[in-house]
Design a protein around this ligand. Structure first.
Ligand SMILES: *Cc1c(COP(=O)(O)O)cnc(C)c1O
Length: 407
């Protein structure tokens, strides 16, 4: 008899985005004339930068040419891309990361989900709340948790984000082995400074723990005092894996390209106390289970690092940050307590009442869709997330309508 992985039965139905879609379409049906503005989803709206599009086209033409055609590429990514990533994203910022420590993939979502299979089933895991749900659900699937009660799984150490700590969680008060951190943060837009991040690195070094640092929103950082990579922190090479993505940086959500950095200094231990290089394990996993990102997509990603690509991606992220600044300014002026929106495309707004009540009010009175914070964890209750991924005109209209709705 074929049996299922019963850990899947522990998963709480993730009804957040389907429930939003249901409420939006019900509203639209009752009010066919109302034009709805979506500031809910975490997906980009602007097209690929022209430099990426030309590189993409050129590479497709190569694939049609017998002399230039390429079949399987290296599973870890082509050297042309890994070298540019190491030079631009790390060496240029004083972070010692080599091209062979970079593993190119088709997404930071899959990487964040897949990476945990190289760790033991019985490690203890620390996950922020509110959180990007993938970190939590993939550990549930792997059997690292018990059942959920009141929205919290037994066995997980939750790192609470609150207005008191500015949504930068404090170090855990019980020992943990694997720690998920995401800065600039989705959903809160909070950023972390060198000193606080250094505290996490020191903790991990002393506890022989590992940090999974999700820097998918690194390209939105404008404050020069903030670290873009965890490897800007001394000692992090031994205790951190970093996830990056071209999705939000360059509009690749539908094109798919990301990478994971596993430094050769990162170790984890077998039961007999022997240290093992995580680079070796991840290399084995990646080359066994993955056959590489499509060649034209890697050429398109490479173009991000050209002079034109750098200017165009900067302009792209600037435009979303301009939207974020407007949302932050307007919501603050309306008397709402806000986090984020300055070095991140998300604004986390204290809703004065229940997350879903506030969502319904904005939808009905303003025709504006946000995301109820409760969908990101217990600590998200009482907040909503506004996303800056839309046109400036739509954001302006949305904010005018919100102002009238809450007046
Ligand atoms: C969007 C996002 C990513 C990127 O995922 P891809 O699979 O690369 O598109 C990673 N982490 C977080 C927190 C995100 O919001």
């Amino acid at each position: 008899m074929i049996r299922i992985n019963e850990n899947y039965l522990k998963l709480e139905a993730s009804y957040l985005f389907s429930e939003i879609a249901r409420r939006v379409s019900a509203f639209q049906e009752e009010n066919p004339d109302r034009e709805i503005i979506k500031l809910g989803i975490g997906d980009v709206t602007r097209p690929l930068p022209p430099a990426c599009v030309s590189a993409f086209h050129r590479a497709v033409d190569e694939m049609a040419d017998e002399a230039l055609f390429r079949g399987y590429g290296p599973e870890q990514g082509y050297p042309f891309l890994r070298e540019k990533i190491a030079a631009h994203d790390f060496m240029a910022r004083g972070a010692d990361i080599q091209p062979d420590e970079i593993f190119v993939s088709d997404g930071a979502k899959c990487d964040s989900a897949n990476i945990q299979e190289i760790f033991s089933d019985d490690i203890s895991v620390a996950i922020p709340d509110p959180v990007y749900p993938v970190y939590l659900d993939t550990n549930v699937m792997a059997g690292r948790t018990g059942r959920a009660t009141d929205g919290r799984y037994a066995g997980i150490t939750y790192l609470d984000g609150t207005s008191g700590n500015g949504f930068i969680p404090a170090l855990p008060d019980q020992p943990v082995d694997l720690i998920y951190l995401c800065f600039p943060n989705n959903p809160t837009g909070a950023t972390i400074g060198r000193e606080a991040l250094g505290g996490w690195v020191d903790y991990a070094r002393q506890a022989k723990a590992l940090i999974l640092f999700d820097a998918a929103y690194e390209a939105f950082i404008r404050d020069d005092s903030l670290p873009h990579s965890i490897y800007e922190i001394p000692g992090a090479r031994e205790v951190a894996i970093e996830l990056r993505s071209f999705s939000k940086t360059a509009g690749f959500t539908g094109t798919r390209c990301a990478y994971t950095v596993v430094p050769r200094a990162c170790r984890a231990w077998s039961a007999d106390g022997t240290g093992h290089l995580l680079h070796t394990l991840w290399h084995r996993r990646h080359t066994t289970k993955f056959n590489g990102v499509s060649y034209p997509v890697q050429r398109a990603a490479e173009a991000v690092y050209s002079d034109a690509g750098q200017m165009q991606t900067r302009e792209l992220t600037d435009s979303y940050l301009q939207n974020a600044a407007l949302i932050l300014k307007e919501m603050t002026a309306l008397g709402f307590e806000c986090i984020g929106g300055e070095n991140a495309p998300y604004i986390w707004v204290k809703s004065k009442n229940n997350s879903w009540e506030f969502f319904d009010m904005l939808l009905e009175k303003a025709g504006v869709v946000c995301t109820p914070g409760a969908g990101f964890g217990r600590c998200g209750e009482g907040y909503v997330r506004f996303s800056a991924f839309n046109s400036f005109e739509n954001v302006q209209t949305a904010m005018n309508r919100v102002r009238e709705a809450v007046a």
